[in-house]
Design a protein around this ligand. Structure first.
Ligand code: FES
Ligand SMILES: [Fe+2]
Length: 371
């Protein structure tokens, strides 16, 4: 773990689509890459290297003109929606050199999310971003994190945290902390879906006595419950809770939520995390029939997330020390975390190998012929 940085050849969710407005420039850093995003006049979200091809000034801190052209704030080079430089104010009569253009970064808008591929652009053709139908569903009431959370920790630590409910007590003692929850037997499911290797934990339980906060959200004292946590891809973890009175899962009586965790590596020591909580439209909590359940669930989120942030920051700080014989202990309950780590390290190795194979082997570079 100490040496893991990130997977670069992957789709990462940088924002919800509704946040990206025409006429604005948005700067991101994903996997050590500075990226600028904007919407063209046709409404398409496009992404480029954030460095002006002249002197590297960040275009995300420049200006979008009314014509839809981006004007660099330093010397005024202008770019169109394809990244092509179309004006150089200091030499208006000279032809624009062909290399005066921005490097395109693969960008997709899908299911209400903007995805970026920071790695090898050619590899981006091989896989689509994972689906997030919950973000655009008409049947759900949803709440998204108002601001992206920036945490000084490697994103693998967050993915492990999200797959791990054995930390609910003591880390979340006082809100979602529930030791009984952590003791429910876990089934592990692994596989491949839409080009991504996933790892999923499933906790199925009958006649589960819900803690008070779940009784409030989902109405019932005692339920049958299916609770799943799935690392869908290095950019997405989905948590689903379904509850109903005994024997009634899958009927109209069912209640529950879906939490999407959208995560990305800024670099090897920093991550950005967004969450999205949804419940079925019309579902309301026990004591407040006027408030959608999703709002109630989302209310608790900032406090829970702050506790996870607190832990992740401290874990990362301890990663900075040399191992010096330190060995992490893996418990039986850590198996899904271990599998997630193996999936990410496997993807990283594969992309490093592919990059090395693309480079010409040493000594085989073309020799310059004497003139
Ligand atoms: S750095 Fe952008 S125009 Fe010079
Ligand atoms: Fe947590």
């Amino acid at each position: 773990m100490a040496t893991f940085d990130y997977v670069a050849n992957c789709w990462y969710p940088v924002s919800f689509a509704t946040e990206v407005k025409q006429g604005e420039l948005y700067g991101h850093k994903v996997a050590d890459k500075p990226i600028v995003i904007w919407r063209t006049q046709d409404g398409e979200a496009v992404a480029f290297d954030d460095r002006c091809c002249h002197k590297r000034f960040p275009l995300s801190e420049s200006k979008m003109l009314d014509s839809g052209t981006v004007e660099c704030a330093y010397h005024g080079l202008c770019y169109d929606g394809t990244g092509q430089c179309i004006a150089i104010p200091s030499q208006p009569d000279a032809p624009i050199p062909p290399q005066a253009r921005l490097k395109k970064v693969p960008c997709r808008e899908q299911d209400g999310v903007i995805w970026i591929w920071p790695g090898d652009p050619e590899a981006a053709e091989q896989v689509n971003p994972p689906r997030t139908p919950e973000v655009v569903s008409e049947d759900l009431t949803a709440v998204g994190a108002p601001e992206p959370l920036r945490v000084p920790a490697n994103y693998l630590l967050l993915i492990e945290n999200l797959l791990d409910i054995t930390h609910f007590y003591p880390l979340h003692d006082g809100n979602i902390g529930d030791r009984e929850n952590s003791l429910i037997p876990v089934q592990l499911e692994e596989g491949e879906d839409e080009g991504y290797r996933y790892v999923k934990t499933i906790r199925e339980v009958e006649h589960y006595k819900q803690p008070p906060f779940l009784q409030e959200w989902f109405l019932y004292d005692e339920v049958d419950r299916i609770h799943t946590h799935c690392m869908v891809s290095p950019g997405l973890t989905r948590v689903v809770m379904r509850v109903a009175p005994h024997g009634e899962l899958g009927t109209e009586a069912e209640r529950g939520y879906t939490l999407l965790h959208l995560h990305l590596p800024v670099d090897s020591r920093n991550l950005v995390w967004r969450w999205h909580c949804s419940c079925r439209k019309g579902h309301t909590p026990r004591s407040d029939p006027d408030t959608p359940t999703a709002y109630k669930v989302a209310e608790m989120f900032p406090a829970v997330v702050a506790q996870d942030q607190w832990a992740l920051e401290r874990q990362q700080a301890m990663m900075e020390y040399p191992d010096n014989g330190y060995n992490e202990l893996f418990l039986k309950t850590d198996k899904p975390l271990r599998r997630a780590r193996q999936i990410l390290t496997g993807m990283r190795r594969a992309e490093q190998k592919a990059a090395a194979e693309r480079k010409p082997a040493k000594g085989k570079t073309a020799q310059r012929q004497p003139a």
